[in-house]
Design a protein around this ligand. Sequence first.
Ligand code: MF3
Ligand code: CO
Ligand code: CO
Length: 280
Amino acid sequence: MTTAYETVSEYDDGPARDGRIKLHNEEGFQGMRKAGHLAASVLDMLASEVAPGVTTDHLDRLTREFVFDHGATPATLYYRGYRHSLCTSLNHVVCHGIPGPKPLRNGDIVNIDVTVVVDGWHGDTSRMFVAGEPKRKAELLIDTTYDAMMAGINAIKPGVTLGTIGAIIQEHAETRRCSIVREFCGHGLGRLFHDSPNVLHFGTRGEGPELKPGMFFTVEPMLNLGRPDVKILADGWTAVTRDKSLSAQFEHSVGVTEDGVEIFTQSPKGLDKPPYSLQA
Ligand code: MF3
Ligand code: CO
Ligand code: CO
């Protein structure tokens, strides 16, 4: 992270990840609105599908078809050897859970994370879903995680630093007896899936790069009910809590505007967090 805090226009020298933070123009905002809208629409579509007995393989198939039917591509398909259109992270899985043939059970909580590419722009978002009836402590973890993400996002505006955003998220989690996972962070995105800057979900106020209009990145905190420590399973992807405690995550893709923040991945149906009322 040598020159991590320099900025550069996307349109000067193309999309290579070089440690500098791109500043996008109106064309970028328009591209991200479309990509974010489709990514959020995938999660809206899945909200009525998650139930006991359903397999995460089925959710993956539905997502792949939905995304291709909309003229877009799942960014995770064949990304670094990954072969699926979403990640499904159940219970003590922190992130990057791989869809499979095992049916969901009553009370399971699952993060579904989808990234789509629309006209070259990336929309990356995730939400928690519950199969059947959640346990009270799972519900509390989910609420705290969503509120921590939104507390961070709502503080985004030019002049604020990423350290401040991280600190706000961390304080929200830790004052509610949840821990923040350190090994995974949010990221710049746009025409690249994972770009600078790294967006840590912990930190110190006033430290880190200063936000400027035109920066695009994700905010995607992972909170655990137990200790923050994680390990990666032998499949090379699945990250789990070492103490097997429950973990939750939400993710939005956002852009810094002249006076605040625009969320590109807001739910078109108002299904941003559970419980999802599905009569729409
Ligand atoms: N969508 C994830 C993120 O938020 C990345 C998933 S990469 C995969 O950055 F290969 F695991 F799918
Ligand atoms: Co992301
Ligand atoms: Co994601």
